[in-house]
Write a new protein. Structure first.
Length: 430
């Protein structure tokens, strides 16, 4: 490839990188930022290679060449891992260690500390991290089976091989970059465009579904909700039996409002739980159950929004409804707070009622975990969130439902059934 052609590739890559950087700054996208680092470094490398086709002379030249390749490699790794959705605290730590070794190599070259050994060591570290990243992406692709996951893996393999092959490991006179380097920029940019198109398509589909769902919920509120209110108001003036029916209708109306509130995905989990408290209070008053509320608002909890917040609300709603309908207790406590290590949301709902008819772990409870709509539904939601659901109950000693959901990172995987049982119960007064 001629120097002029390589320079055109570099200028195009630089323009694309700047465009993505401006877009990523507006959207606060970390993956766009990583893409900018990768493409920007690659563009500078291409521009330099169009002026100096062979390796740059001296220690400064080696450091510059390796630094540009290393920045490109680090940016590519971060972009692929972020796009795959596997970026966690441990992955971030490993990536930072990789970046630290890159900086250490630059210092070693400048100070002329065993330059040859440092090059080989850096290449070994690069190969090790790249192989680990490829295995993570392969596992993700095998597990999900989606076209996006396989595309990320298929782009990672050739791009990584080309970048690693161009790492200078000796002082021999060789081309600055291989003829395959332009494919690196081209593949990365095509992959980024494909990911953006997929995200826009998903967003449009979700917006349409949300609009239709919102209309359905509004019709349900204005139609069925209004009719239930009118019927309950009319029955309250009748016989004792009719007043009892009116009370049941009021309970149905409250549950309907909870369902409608939960359908609104905007807002954090703190806002959802506050609304649950407001809606459930009339039912608790009728049942004669005292509510102890212990929700600690924090920045971590406020970050739990969207579908995750809705799923947590559903679990809290089901646990609270079970306590009202079946516990026979006099008090129920709802606790929610953020844990620091690991970063997770902790939700607890426990009562001082009669408890389950059989101890947790018994065949009766196992059957309800597998087939019951209440317990089974809560368990399914917890698994969907990547969290754990714990149930603790003894006959006559109350019930505790405990949910732990990761915030911005992974948690240890659950057991085969997706939940744990607590060894001891907790009373509603503690």
């Amino acid at each position: 490839m001629s120097s002029a052609t390589m320079l055109l590739f570099a200028l195009a890559a630089a323009g694309g990188a700047l465009w993505v950087a401006c877009r990523g700054w507006r959207t606060r996208s970390w993956s766009d930022g990583a893409f900018f680092v990768a493409m920007g470094s690659w563009a500078v490398l291409g521009a330099v290679s169009s002026l100096w086709p062979f390796e740059l002379p001296g220690a400064t030249g080696h450091v510059l060449q390796t630094a540009l390749l290393q920045l490109t490699l680090l940016g590519v790794e971060a972009f692929l891992l972020l796009s795959a959705g596997v970026w966690s605290q441990w992955v971030c730590l490993a990536w930072l260690v990789h970046a630290a070794f890159s900086a250490l190599y630059a210092v070693a070259c400048v100070l002329d500390w065993h330059d040859a050994q440092a090059r080989v060591a850096l290449l070994a570290i690069n190969v090790g991290f790249f192989v680990a990243m490829a295995l993570v992406l392969a596992g993700q692709a095998w597990q999900l089976g989606s076209a996006q996951a396989w595309a990320l893996l298929l782009v990672a393999l050739p791009v990584g091989v080309v970048l690693l092959a161009d790492m200078p490991i000796s002082n021999r006179h060789m081309p600055l970059i291989s003829p395959l380097q332009p494919l690196v920029g081209l593949e990365l940019f095509v992959l980024w465009l494909a990911l953006q198109r997929d995200r826009r398509g998903s967003g449009t589909s979700m917006n349409r579904e949300d609009e239709l769902y919102g209309r359905l919920i509004q019709d349900l509120h204005d139609g069925v909700g209004s009719r239930l209110t009118c019927i309950a108001a009319a029955l309250e003036q009748g016989t004792p039996q009719q007043r009892g029916t009116a009370a049941q209708l009021q309970q149905c109306l409250v549950e309907l409002k909870l369902l409608i509130d939960g359908a609104r995905t905007e807002g954090s989990v703190v806002a959802h739980l506050a609304n649950l408290r407001y809606r459930a209070q009339p039912l608790l008053n009728v049942a004669g159950i005292a509510l102890h509320w212990d929700v600690e608002p924090s920045e971590q909890l406020e970050s739990v929004q969207g579908d995750a917040a809705t799923q947590v609300l559903r679990i809290a709603q089901e646990a609270l409804a079970n306590a009202i309908r079946h516990s026979g207790g006099r008090a129920v406590k709802v606790c929610c707070r953020a844990l620091s290590s690991p970063a997770a949301l902790l939700l607890e709902v426990y009562d001082d009622g009669r408890g389950l008819p059989f101890p947790t772990g018994s065949a009766w409870v196992e059957s309800h975990w597998a087939h019951g709509k209440g317990l089974g539904g809560m368990r399914s939601r917890a698994v969907r969130l990547g969290g754990t659901l714990q149930l603790d109950s003894l006959p006559g000693e109350g019930t505790c439902v405990r949910l732990q959901v990761p915030i911005g990172g992974a948690m240890p995987p659950p057991g085969p059934s997706g939940r744990w049982f607590l060894p001891r119960k907790r009373t509603a007064g503690h």
